[in-house]
Design a binder for this molecule. Structure first.
Ligand SMILES: Cc1cc2nc3c(=O)[nH]c(=O)nc-3n(C[C@H](O)[C@H](O)[C@H](O)COP(=O)(O)O)c2cc1C
Length: 315
């Protein structure tokens, strides 16, 4: 049975670039795959035409495996799943909903299935239902999050999933983190935030600049009162929003309306004060714009050094 994601996907390095709505397109995904990891095109907020075009574009840009991320709360999820099954990327990641009913379609199309899960119960369920690997994502991550930390998930998910690789996500940004995850028994890591400042990432330059300025304590979680927590940078939008949630005077519908379109506003239009700059907690490592290849090679070099030195630790 495969323990590492490299074996499942036939890739060089155990690093996946997480799907990022309004951010991860064919360019970024192909750059990560060409650098030895596996990139993912995001479908969040997109039309079926967009998804088809990006998959075709990525196939032009790389002959390496890449994936597509489907948010299962999207209104057009069924149409998107059909397009993915026709276009056949190497794998899909599925989050924000029950992925199991979609397994037969992807299996029939020969597409590997990697659900994104936030707790032990769902990890066991998807592993038993025939997933090829899973991503366990801690609340340090950028974007939609659960309540458990990456360490709590590594501690509790990895030992109970013994038939498929467990890819850890949330807070990874360097080679020490990758080495630690592998030592804990993970089969790889998924990073989102670290790739936001990649040269090949098409996110608006204002958002890159704000991320490079940001430090470890600069994120906030919106939506805790709405049942859909989202981590992003503190700014006018997110701080006001959380204040309104805590005051409890603004109706839920009004809050949902206020949040709609804010990811796109930041990532595409570059309004980093009124938009939601989704990002995780490991921010001090984002120091400059760098090619994906450099990000990945540096992480691999540091992970190898860390693992070599690990045997010298005496306890
Ligand atoms: C800007 C942004 C957008 C994201 N959008 C999605 C998404 O559409 N679907 C999804 O499953 N995860 C999404 N994520 C989560 C990432 O795929 C990944 O799991 C996460 O970024 C890992 O944690 P990190 O940010 O600490 O690296 C998003 C993350 C960021 C930063």
């Amino acid at each position: 049975m495969a323990k590492y994601i490299t074996e499942v996907l036939g890739i060089k390095y155990p690093i996946i670039q997480g799907g990022m709505a309004w951010v991860s397109d064919a360019n970024l995904a192909a750059a990560v795959s060409n650098a030895g990891g596996a990139g993912i095109i995001s479908c969040g907020g997109r039309t079926t035409e967009y998804v088809r075009e990006e998959i075709r574009k990525a196939k032009q840009l790389t002959d390496k495996p890449f994936g597509v991320n489907v948010m299962l709360m999207a209104p057009n999820k069924d149409e998107i799943v059909d397009v993915i099954c026709e276009e056949k990327p190497a794998f899909v990641t599925l989050g924000a909903g029950n992925p199991v009913p979609y397994f037969p379609k992807f299996k029939e199309a020969g597409i590997k299935i990697i659900p994104v899960i936030p707790n032990v119960k769902l990890a066991k369920r998807v592993a038993a239902a025939g997933a090829d690997a899973l991503v366990a994502e801690g609340m340090e991550a950028g974007g939609h999050i659960g309540v458990l930390t990456t360490m709590a998930l590594m501690t509790q998910v990895i030992p109970v999933v013994d038939n498929i690789p467990v890819i850890m996500a949330g807070g990874f940004a360097d080679g020490r983190g990758l080495a630690a995850a592998l030592l804990m028994g993970a089969g790889g890591i998924q990073m989102g935030t670290r790739f936001l400042v990649a040269k090949e990432c098409g996110v608006h330059p204002n958002m890159k600049a704000k991320l490079i300025e940001a430090i470890d304590t600069d994120t906030i979680v919106t939506g805790l009162t709405l049942g859909g927590a989202v981590r992003g940078l503190k700014n006018k939008f997110s701080v006001d929003f959380v204040q309104k949630e805590n005051e409890g005077k603004t109706p839920k519908e009004e809050l949902l309306r206020m949040a709609t379109g804010t990811n796109k506003l930041a990532a595409v239009e570059g309004d980093v004060e009124n938009g939601m700059v989704q990002a995780g907690q490991s921010l001090t490592l984002l120091q400059k714009e760098e090619p994906v290849k450099d990000i990945i090679e540096n992480i691999m070099t540091q992970a190898r050094e860390t693992l070599e030195n690990a045997s010298k630790i005496k306890i």
